[in-house]
Design a protein around this ligand. Sequence first.
Ligand code: PRX
Length: 637
Amino acid sequence: MTNKITSLSEYLEKYQESVANPEGFWEKIAEDYYWHKKWDKVLEWNFDEPNVNWFQNGKLNITENIFERNLFMRKDQTAIIWEPNDPKDETVKLTYGELFEKVSQFANVLKKQGIKKGDRVTIYLPMIPELAIAMLACARIGAIHSIVFAGFSANALADRIIDGTSNIIITSDGGYRGTKTIPLKKIVDEALEKCPTIQKAIVYKRTGEDVPMKEGRDIWWHDAIKEVDTECKAEVMDSEDTLFILYTSGSTGKPKGVQHSIAGYMIFAEYTFKNVFQYSDGDVWWCTADIGWVTGHSYIVYGPLLAGATTVMFEGVPTWPDAGRFWDVVDKYKVNQFYTAPTAIRALVAQGNEFVTSKDLSSLKVLGTVGEPINEEAWRWYHDLVGKGRCPIVDTWWQTETGGIMITPLAGITPTKPSFATLPLPGIQPVIVDAEGKELKGNSVEGNLCIKFPWPGMIRSTYGDHERCRQVYFSQYKGMYFTGDGAKRDEEGYYRIMGRVDDVINVSGHRIGTAEVEDAINQHPKVNESAVVGYPHEIKGSGIYAYVICDELSETEIANIEKEIRATVTKQIGPIAKPDMIQLVSGLPKTRSGKIMRRILRKIGEGDATNLGDTSTLLDPGVVEDIIDGAKVEVKR
Ligand code: PRX
């Protein structure tokens, strides 16, 4: 495989090269792709606007680089192995040739519905092959996909449709998750009541349940594909045209549509995939994420398929029919590289070792994690029990905004250390800054993590609001992209990610903005005000702790309020944002200017009130004592 680093000395050499001459470094890699026209200039940028332009004026289509570029060698090689929710159901295997046909066919369906280059297409599907087919079909015709995780509620879906101004949505009648059936079409129908821009809904039949189809708007997928052929010429796109939008939470306001462009993302997704996981031709790759999140975009679909890999897509959940499901699937398809989240590992640790020890996991060569820091205990279990001590673990740090992995070991090449993401990939220039934005040079430093030079996969804008992109990521520290994470560089120069430094909670590896959860809680008619913080949670990494002020409640209302608040949040956002702890309080610690001092609430949630800092600036210092008295966790004073 080209552009694959094979030794530590080669990594060090490439890293130096990539910093000394980033343009030259990425240009050499870009030569490997199929272009209708090559770029005039490799990079133009300034972080003040921000404006980042990679492979300027290049013309290409990402799907030609997945299909036409690979097809000669791989027409009959399996591209996607789909493992259904129920292990008794049949596996689907699609070769590169078959997938290409299906993508082209569905691209023709979209075209027939009037979808053109630059249009936004919302996709709200479960983890079925059609999700990958739909996204690649968008890319084939130059439409911008906006995939919404199928666990989001009707309200959250509607917000994302409205912000992205899509006029079409692709969904299914329902979806399976373990023993549950999720009524996706029903959720879509509810969302669409608020979305006047949507003209059409294409509905894939997955569960077969009866769903109402709205005349003139709703079309069955299986009917639509019958009317078109299976060849579709790729739309020639500009390097900097948008490939997709993906919504993610921030510390304020509604989720923002992180915008990625075609050429840079393409090159970065494949380069990081091959190098981090050391994928070799013929290997079977499995990333357990959902395509509704960035990990699925980059490491189930784009990265692996660009690299000509065989990628497993899993519809189910790790604990059904039992907690051995992951390992059954590894054995069934002889998976070589396996990539999951620390929260899944911790959940499986809690189920006992026999689910692992009874399985044949000898095919595994590399194990990866993503989404949150992996604690040492989970790391050890993963390393010793799953990897039998012979598989390197790559703890990969990155974000929706970075498009691909940034700081990570290269499997089997970079010496690892539990809970360290280790070293930056070639082309990535991380810096640690203090609160004033001064770069902390050298080793043994801790501060906020920024990136000081553009990389091809980086965020280009936030959809419909470029100013927000500037403010959130490029205004805090001049001339740098600010990640929102704290990090430490140890005495060896290894990076350890310390977690978010903003009002974002990382729940089971998913980003949830405290402001969003508060807005949702406040929708409950009895709630006056709320404040939400993260607290340490054994399985989820961080749990959600909500301090809530309510109107006067009757005894029955008190008995029901927690359940009702959780239901309100589920309705507004989705079950992932449900608070784990809800404490009714009579007041919140506020400064005289009315700002909630979350630091104090966070400390109480962590169970440690020994060092609350200066509370004298509070409007009413007495509320703190009351909150500690009524805390849902044991609090050390
Ligand atoms: O806080 C970091 C954490 O997840 C955040 C990014 O979340 P999201 O955009 O949803 O993407 C998740 C998957 C790429 C980061 O700001 N994070 C991600 N990976 C790690 C991590 N924290 C520690 N270690 C990691 N390996």
